[in-house]
Write a protein that binds this ligand. Structure first.
Ligand SMILES: [Zn+2]
Length: 322
């Protein structure tokens, strides 16, 4: 029988940090959120996180066994450091594990946020019971993670693979990853927004031209809204997005053929508009692999996936130590 007590999961993003108390069977008991105010620097951020954890621990009324962090990367997991000046300005080589371990006197795990979310979904969401789960997050960027037999798949040197940047269209837009037409450059929210802004500048969409105050203010959500209202240019953009997502899913299926692909993120809130087209495209993949058997499922834990997965990482750390 497992030791009495709870796990704490921390989900650190570029804007907010969330912390929650999770039971050993994967039930989120209580959680809270705070702005991280990254521009105030890592010292202030670490203090915010410590206070937030103290607050949730106080609500737990049970001993905390271990603590996990799912953080926006890049990270150095070995050394417990965050190396992310991109979305956390000033956070270069910041040790987040040691201060939390010293303050709370429990083991502390650190994982990439995409890995943590997938771990959460595999433990307590749409991937429960499946041996191989891929999670694809399409929002501001495209996140990818693969959980095999309950554990995170790690690349060489323990690094996190970036499946969101697989090549889809070599003639597509440039991406900061160095490629043209990778999945993220075609289907992430900002990419859809750029296509929509081009359509509006070219006077191809009456809906988009009047959707926002300025052309630069047009966002991906306007495209989905326009499609719901039957705007032809928006429908075309949604169709294009669905085809690109389907190509990404097809590549993932060809390489991994997981039991479940969990879909999440802001863009996939409009999955209903794209589902039919995605499924039709995927039928073509069915020739050489049983793609139809791969379950495509929307996330069941939603925004709590990160907290749950960080807590699961904390639990796995305890089991490793046994
Ligand atoms: Zn890319």
């Amino acid at each position: 029988m497992a030791e009495q007590g709870v796990l704490v999961g921390i989900d650190l993003g570029g804007t907010n940090v969330r912390a929650g108390v999770v039971s050993q069977s994967g039930e989120l008991l209580h959680w809270e959120e705070q702005p991280i105010e990254a521009q105030r620097g890592p010292e202030s951020g670490l203090a915010t996180i410590a206070v937030l954890v103290e607050n949730v621990v106080e609500q737990a009324h049970q001993p905390v066994l271990s603590l996990g962090i799912g953080s926006t990367g890049p990270l150095d997991r070995e050394r417990g450091c965050i190396q992310n000046p991109y979305t956390l300005p000033g956070w270069e080589d910041v040790d987040i594990v040691t201060p939390l371990r010293e303050r709370f006197n429990v083991p502390v795990a650190l994982e990439n946020d995409a890995d943590a979310a997938a771990l959460g979904e595999a433990w307590a969401g749409a991937g429960r019971g499946a041996a191989s789960i891929v999670m694809l997050t399409i929002g501001t960027g495209v996140g990818f993670a693969w959980i095999r037999n309950g554990e995170i798949h790690r690349g060489v040197g323990g690094e996190h693979p970036e499946g969101g940047h697989i090549l889809i269209d070599p003639a597509g837009p440039e991406c900061y990853c160095g490629a043209r037409g990778c999945l993220e450059s075609l289907v992430a929210g900002p990419a859809i927004a750029r296509f929509a802004q081009q359509a509006a500048s070219g006077k191809r969409s009456p809906f988009l031209e009047s959707a926002a105050e300025a052309i630069e203010a047009i966002e991906a959500r306007h495209v989905f809204e326009g499609a719901r209202q039957g705007d032809p240019a928006c429908l075309e953009l949604v169709d294009q997005t669905a085809v690109h997502i389907a190509r990404g899913l097809a590549s993932i299926m060809m390489m991994i053929l997981p039991e479940v692909i969990v879909l999440t993120g802001g863009v996939l809130r409009s999955y209903g508009l794209m589902e039919e087209r995605i499924r039709t495209e995927l039928e073509r993949v069915d020739v050489i692999i049983p793609a139809r058997q791969v379950k495509l499922q929307l996330s069941q834990t939603g925004q709590q996936a990160g907290i749950l997965g960080a807590a699961r990482a904390a639990q796995l750390l305890l089991q490793e130590a046994l």
